[in-house]
Design a protein around this ligand. Structure first.
Ligand code: GLN
Length: 390
């Protein structure tokens, strides 16, 4: 038999289903409510700042771990929003999106043989990131419809090989915003067992209920938390690839080395533009953004319920995870492709947020980070679809 031409580390995970679905949407000319990216314009101020930076010939590498201006803006952001003091020279790394951030972090702090606890349903990158490190992802289920954290169950998963817990709030795909008591329970476990919290807070400014609490701000957690965020969701610029990491200096040293050899750095002119956005967009930008998302959430939610899906309104982020078992007995991937053809509205198959994937077979995820007219058109197609099915 011919020798394997690919490395074993690539054999235990699949390509991203979310990104595959964007290709399927194009194939069927369906409305893409699969991959979570906005179809509306970015703030004018950001676009102008990016053009200005390019015209000013900011064309060369920024400092590997992020331009000083962007890191200064991030220091101000963490202080003003969360009362969190961050040392810009030693604790911040700017990456090519939160996706690179997560991968660089895991490669920097996780050893082969370690276990990484991941709350499930999960955003699909975390498992492959752990596997790339030679570690084992251990999945901790959150149970619908509330998706609340069962602290005892979480504690029962900790072994002497556990190195970190991955937290994602506001959550993709459930929309859960973890409350203080849940975060305190995770913090207590991290402290008791000397674990790291790796927290993906990319939706930190998009929530409709509760409050966003960075787990790093809880007592005893600052030194054992690695906080991931970025500007993709906050400014609606997912293609710019600007992610951010806040971590204690010793961890930052390791993360920066990995980041440097992976990508050298994030796009220099776009870092400038993101700094301008952080410096100049005031509270009305953030509250306006949330109100727009709240209105979009209503349109998609009622269309899904009217069409026969079972779902809850998310507390945060911009996705609805919906049960379609009242509509079809097909598995989620078959059902999603059928939806691409008719009614021409494409979600992400739910199985991509679960391990084993069977747990998500009757679920699909719809994104509502779209113009109102896109969502209304999708709503019309969904209602018409359910009428035709009688
Ligand atoms: N976070 C978005 C989603 O869940 C987009 C992910 C991506 O493709 N990088 O759809």
């Amino acid at each position: 038999m011919a020798a394997q031409r690919t490395a074993r580390r690539t054999h235990n995970f699949t390509e991203s289903v979310i990104r595959e679905m964007t290709r399927v949407a194009r194939e069927y000319d369906a409305i893409n409510l699969a991959q979570g990216f906005p179809d509306f314009p970015a703030p004018e101020l950001l676009k102008e700042a990016a053009c200005d930076a390019i015209r000013a010939d900011r064309n060369q590498y920024a400092i590997t771990w992020g331009s000083p201006r962007l890191r200064t803006a991030l220091v101000t952001k963490y202080r003003e929003w969360y009362g969190m003091e961050v040392e810009g020279d030693q604790e911040i790394t700017v990456t090519c999106g939160a996706t690179e951030a997560m991968a660089a972090i895991m490669l920097a702090v996780i050893d082969p043989g370690d276990e990484v606890i991941i709350l499930q349903p999960f955003y699909e990158n975390y498992g492959p990131d752990a596997i790339l490190c030679g570690a084992s992802p251990v999945f901790m289920p959150l149970v619908p419809p509330e998706y609340r954290l069962d602290t005892d169950r979480l504690a029962s998963l900790v072994t002497n090989r556990t190195r970190a817990i991955v937290v994602n709030t506001p959550n993709n795909p459930t929309g859960r915003v973890l409350d203080r008591s849940e975060l305190e329970a995770i913090a207590a476990l991290c402290i008791e067992h000397d674990l790291l919290a790796i927290t993906d807070e990319i939706y930190e400014h998009i929530y409709y209920e509760g409050e966003h609490i960075p787990i790093a701000t809880l007592d005893g957690m600052r030194d054992r938390t690695i906080t991931v965020s970025g500007l993709s969701k906050t400014f609606g610029i997912t293609g710019w690839r600007i992610g951010t990491i806040i971590a204690p200096p010793d961890l930052t040293g390791a993360i920066r080395k990995v980041h440097d050899f992976l990508t050298v750095g994030a796009p220099a002119p776009l870092q400038d533009a993101c700094a301008a956005g952080l410096e100049s967009l005031g509270p009305e930008y953030y509250s306006g953004m949330v109100e727009e998302y709240r209105a979009r959430r209503e349109v998609l939610y009622s269309a899904l319920v009217d069409a026969g899906f079972r779902c809850e309104k998310p507390q945060g982020a911009y996705y609805i995870l919906a049960d379609f078992s009242g509509l079809s007995d097909e598995p989620d991937d078959v059902f999603s492709r059928q939806m691409a053809r008719d009614p021409g509205v494409l979600p992400v198959p739910g199985s991509s947020f679960f391990s084993p994937p069977e747990l998500g077979r009757s679920l699909v995820r719809f994104a509502f980070c779209k113009r109102m007219e896109t969502l209304e058109k999708a709503a019309e197609r969904l209602r018409d679809f359910s009428d035709r099915r009688g």
